[in-house]
Design a protein around this ligand. Structure first.
Ligand code: AMP
Length: 393
């Protein structure tokens, strides 16, 4: 695999990996899961498209990476790109140096679930492959172009100046990739105004003008914004006081409820999985029907709100497991947006094969696209760019 880049995404008990060749035509990918348990294993796909399953009992992150990297070393990766959720105020992908590692550590209070796991992966790959250039690609970086009036909360100034309390935004790699791709398909790459809806277990919306993020629905943490699989999205901030005073809940219980027991799961009382909910709704399940209604209405409301950051609306793009696969959710959401001139074609929307790229508008007004996201491909591209710039500097 010519000039491949290894992309690593370390979670708390899993590691997603992908080895991607220069032109993205070849790809080896998979997941090391259940790390730390007797059931730890690597599941993936080899270069020939064959399934791979490897048991690695009790392996931790370092051991799993060692096993993975030993298998992938034959392909001579040129560099390693790490997905890092929170980069604080870092505005672009960065070559990993002790200084950058310190800045990722410093952003840990803002992403306590994600950044520590990324740091474990970074430490392991730097130790195992000290000679390979390694790059951190941040979910937050794309949104560093937001104007101050979009990223500030209406809170006392010192919370921002002394404690970095502001809106950061996430899913930047995905919003950047799909809006670039959709605008390219529309014939004007990274030109004009685009709205993006990344809809998966985590969901967010973004407004992009000439290839730059102008505003996004997620905030200081990935809890703000639209309804998600188990996350509530926006609620009245006084809910915390209400639950503490009336139900005696502590802050940890409230946080857990908002992050893990809310969203589609909480509303439906059934599942966080959109497929299950659409099937159940078709069978008459009221909770599932309501959960889908709230999801689509709040999503349309968020897209409408973000559109005011754009001087002109040229298109809307759907992505993520739900955005790419659910014609039903797209139809329901677009039903609320016709006053913006967004006219979709029911035929094209229904006929678009799952997981493929395609245009679903009726031919007038802003274009509407479905683009499968490729966060790993984008991380590989940015990693390669950082390495090339460093070599030529
Ligand atoms: P992601 O986090 O991007 O992998 O997306 C996961 C979400 O995509 C889950 O809620 C799945 O139910 C949803 N999803 C995947 N396929 C479909 C489908 N065919 N119809 C509706 N939702 C789907």
């Amino acid at each position: 695999m010519a000039k491949s880049v290894l992309v690593i995404n370390c979670g708390s008990s899993s590691i997603k990996y992908a080895l991607i060749s220069e032109r993205r035509e070849d790809r080896i990918y998979g997941l090391a899961e259940n790390l730390g348990s007797a059931d730890a294993r690597i599941k993936g796909v080899t270069v020939g498209g064959e399934p791979l399953e490897l048991s690695i009992p009790h392996a931790d992150h370092a051991k799993a990476l060692e096993t993975l990297l030993a298998r992938l070393a034959n392909y001579n990766p040129q560099a390693i790109g790490h997905r890092v959720v929170h980069g604080g105020n870092l505005t672009k992908a960065e070559l990993l140096t002790p200084e950058i590692v310190k800045r990722i550590e410093a952003a840990t209070p803002l992403a306590p679930l994600h950044n520590p796991a990324h740091l474990v992966g970074i430490e392991a790959t730097m130790r195992l492959f000290p000679e390979l250039p390694q790059v951190a690609v941040f979910d937050t970086a794309f949104h560093q172009t937001m104007p101050e009036y979009a990223y500030r909360y209406a809170l006392p100034q010192n919370l921002y100046t002394e404690h970095h309390v502001r809106r950061y935004g996430f899913h930047g790699t995905s919003h950047a990739y799909v809006t670039e791709r959709a605008s390219e398909l529309a014939g004007a790459k990274n030109q004009g105004g685009w709205l993006s809806a990344h809809l998966g277990n985590g969901s967010s919306t973004c407004a992009v003008w000439n290839g730059q993020s102008i505003d996004t629905s997620m905030g200081m943490t990935p809890l703000e914004g639209v309804v998600m699989g188990t996350r509530s999205g926006d609620v009245d901030p006084s809910l915390h006081l209400f639950l503490a005073s009336n139900l005696g809940w502590d802050i940890q219980k409230i946080d857990n409820m908002l992050n893990k027991e809310s969203g589609l799961l909480g509303l439906s009382g059934l599942s966080n999985d959109m497929r299950t909910l659409v099937d159940a709704s078709n069978d008459g399940h009221e909770g599932a029907t309501l959960a889908i209604e709230v999801f689509c209405y709040r999503l349309a409301k968020s897209l409408s709100a973000l559109s005011c950051g754009l001087p002109r609306l040229d298109g809307l793009v759907f992505t993520g497991g739900i955005g790419e696969n659910s014609a039903y959710v797209r139809e329901k959401t677009l039903g609320y947006l016709s006053h913006f001139g967004l006219q979709f074609s029911k035929e094209k929307n229904d006929a678009l094969p799952r997981g493929t790229e395609g245009r679903i508008d009726a031919g007038q007004g802003p274009q509407i696209w479905v683009v499968p996201t490729d966060e790993e491909g984008r991380i590989a591209k940015e990693t390669r760019q950082v390495v090339e710039q460093t070599v030529s500097a």
